[in-house]
Design a protein around this ligand. Structure first.
Ligand code: MN
Ligand code: MN
Length: 466
C-alpha cells in the first residue's frame, strides 16, 4: 500500500515545477511509437546528408502523399496540399486550411537542412608525395580537429562546361570507397598537442585524400593526379576546370545508428537541424489541419541564413505573399495573425562538461523538446525574445495535447551562445518562438539525440497544427 503524502508534500507537488523524463512518463504504446518514428528519421538522415538531398527527400515524401508542386501565380483553395522548391536547396511544404486565413493566419514551422561540413574549394586538386588531395574550406562552426581520421563521403553537384549538371555521391554505399583527412601521429604530436584547440588542425590542413595510384606513363609528372582526373572524366565527364563550377562537400560517411544497449539514443551526422526538419515535414505531410500550415526547410542557417536559399532571402516572404494573393487574402493581415515555431536544436546539458551549463535552465536529455524563449549571446544579443503572452499560448497548446516538453537556454550566461532563423520571421511581425531537440556534441561529425525528444518534437508540431 502506498503511504499517504503529508499535507506539505502534497502542497509542494501541486505548486512546484519539475521536468519529467519522457521515457519514464510515456505509456508502453507511446514508447513503441517513439521507436517506430525513429526508424523513419534515421532513413531521412542517411538519405539527406546535404541540403539538396534533404530537399529531394522532402519533395519525394510530399509527392507520395498527394502533394503537388506550387509555382508563383498558381491558384489555391482550402484542402490543397503543396510544396514549393527553391533552387533544389530549400523547400516549403504546405497545406491550405479551412479557417479564414486573414483572421487565423498561417502556422509556420521553420527549420534548416544545411549542416556543418567541409566544402571542396574551386581549384582543389593536387598531388604530393604519394597522395592526391582536394583542398577545402569548412562550412559552419566546426572543431576542425574532429574532422580528421574519420571516413568521409563526397556529395554534391558539378556543372560541366556544356552547362549540364552531374551529381556525385560517393562513400555511402558499403561497396564505395571513402575519403580521408589525415592527422599527425601522437609520437610526433608534442608541439601540435600543446596548441590551443582551434589550431590543432588549421583550416588549410583540412585536405581530403582522394587517391594514391600513379598513372602508368613515365612521361607524366603528376601521375596520381592524372589517375584521379581520368577517373572523374570517365565516371562523370569532368575535367579539372569543372571544379570551378562545382559544389562538392565532404561529410561523415557513417550512417545513423542507435546508441546504447537500450537503443534509447541516436548517433548521426547532422541532427542539427534534421531532427527538427523531419518532424516538421512529417507533421505537415501526415496530418490534416484546419489551419494553413507551412513546414519550411531552409538552407544556409549555419552561415547566418544568408544568400537566396537562406531564411533572409525575400523568396520566403514572396511565397507567403503569393499564397495570400492566391487565396484572395491581405498579406499584412495574414502575417499579423500568423504564428511560428522556429525549430532548431539546442544544447543538451552534458554532465561531462557541466561547467558551461546552468543546470536549472539547461535542456536535459529525454525530457522532451525544448522551448527557448530567447537565444543569442551575452545580454541576449541577436535574439528574438518571444513575448510571455505567446509563450503562454504555445504552452497551453502543448499541455492540452499532452506534449512532454521543457524550456532552456543554451549554456550559462556569458559562456557563449548561438542564433536561429527566429528573428527573420519575427521581423515580419509574426509571433515566433524557438523550439527544438536537445543535442549532445552539436556540430561534431557524429551528434547524439534522444528518441524521446525526437518524438516529443513531432508531437509538439501536431499540437501546434490542431
Ligand atoms: Mn541549427
Ligand atoms: Mn548549427
Amino acid at each position: 500500500m502506498a503511504e499517504k503524502k503529508s499535507n506539505g508534500q502534497a502542497r509542494y507537488d501541486e505548486l512546484a515545477y519539475e521536468k519529467k523524463n519522457y521515457f519514464e512518463v510515456a505509456s508502453e504504446e507511446e514508447r513503441t511509437a517513439m521507436f517506430a518514428y525513429a526508424e523513419g528519421y534515421k532513413a531521412f538522415l542517411d538519405a539527406g546528408k546535404t541540403e539538396r538531398e534533404a530537399c529531394a527527400f522532402a519533395v519525394k515524401m510530399a509527392k507520395e502523399n498527394g502533394f503537388t508542386e506550387y509555382k508563383f501565380g498558381d491558384k489555391l483553395a482550402a484542402g490543397d496540399k503543396k510544396y514549393f522548391v527553391n533552387r533544389g536547396k530549400s523547400v516549403v511544404v504546405f497545406r491550405v486550411g479551412t479557417e479564414d486565413i486573414e483572421k487565423d493566419g498561417m502556422r509556420i514551422i521553420a527549420s534548416h537542412i544545411d549542416a556543418p561540413r567541409v566544402d571542396v574549394k574551386q581549384n582543389p586538386l593536387y598531388e604530393e608525395d604519394g597522395m592526391c588531395f582536394l583542398k577545402t574550406h569548412y562550412y559552419g562552426g566546426i572543431k576542425k580537429y574532429q574532422w580528421t581520421a574519420i571516413p568521409l563521403a563526397l556529395h554534391g553537384v558539378v556543372v560541366l562546361k556544356d552547362g549540364s549538371k552531374v551529381e556525385i555521391r560517393v562513400g555511402e554505399d558499403p561497396a564505395d570507397p571513402v575519403f580521408y583527412i589525415d592527422d599527425l601521429l601522437p609520437h610526433l604530436g608534442g608541439e601540435q598537442m600543446a596548441r590551443t584547440g582551434g589550431k590543432i588542425i588549421e583550416g588549410e590542413q583540412l585536405n581530403v585524400v582522394v587517391g594514391g595510384m600513379p598513372y602508368a606513363d613515365k612521361e607524366v609528372s603528376k601521375k596520381i593526379k592524372l589517375t584521379v582526373l581520368n577517373y572523374l572524366n570517365k565516371e562523370y565527364g569532368m575535367c579539372e576546370e569543372d571544379f570551378l563550377s562545382a559544389e562538392l562537400c565532404a561529410v561523415p560517411a557513417f550512417p545513423a545508428r542507435d546508441i546504447g544497449f537500450d537503443r534509447a539514443l541516436i548517433g548521426a551526422y547532422g541532427h542539427d537541424d534534421r531532427v527538427c526538419a523531419y518532424p516538421a515535414l512529417t507533421a505537415v505531410v501526415n496530418e490534416n489541419s484546419r489551419h494553413t500550415v507551412l513546414a519550411m526547410l531552409v538552407d544556409k542557417e549555419e552561415i547566418g541564413s544568408e544568400g537566396n536559399t537562406g531564411m533572409q532571402s525575400k523568396i520566403y516572404e514572396d511565397l507567403m505573399e503569393d499564397i495570400c494573393a492566391a487565396l484572395g487574402a491581405n498579406f499584412r493581415k495574414v502575417r499579423y495573425a500568423s504564428k511560428c515555431l522556429s525549430s532548431d536544436v539546442t544544447a543538451a546539458y552534458d554532465p561531462n562538461f557541466s561547467s558551461v551549463y546552468e543546470k536549472m535552465n539547461s535542456a536535459l536529455l529525454s525530457c522532451g523538446t525544448c522551448m527557448s524563449k530567447f537565444t543569442g549571446a551575452r545580454g541576449k544579443s541577436g535574439s528574438n525574445d518571444a513575448n510571455a503572452e505567446f509563450v503562454g499560448e504555445i504552452r497551453a497548446m502543448f499541455d492540452k495535447e499532452g506534449v512532454v516538453w521543457q524550456t532552456a537556454e543554451l549554456g550559462k550566461v556569458d559562456a557563449g551562445g548561438g542564433g536561429t532563423v527566429a528573428k527573420f520571421l519575427a521581423k515580419l511581425n509574426i509571433d515566433t518562438v524557438d523550439i527544438g531537440v536537445p543535442v549532445i556534441s552539436m556540430h561534431a561529425p557524429w551528434e547524439l539525440i534522444s528518441k524521446a525528444d525526437l518524438y516529443s518534437n513531432y508531437k509538439a508540431f501536431l499540437a501546434f497544427m490542431k
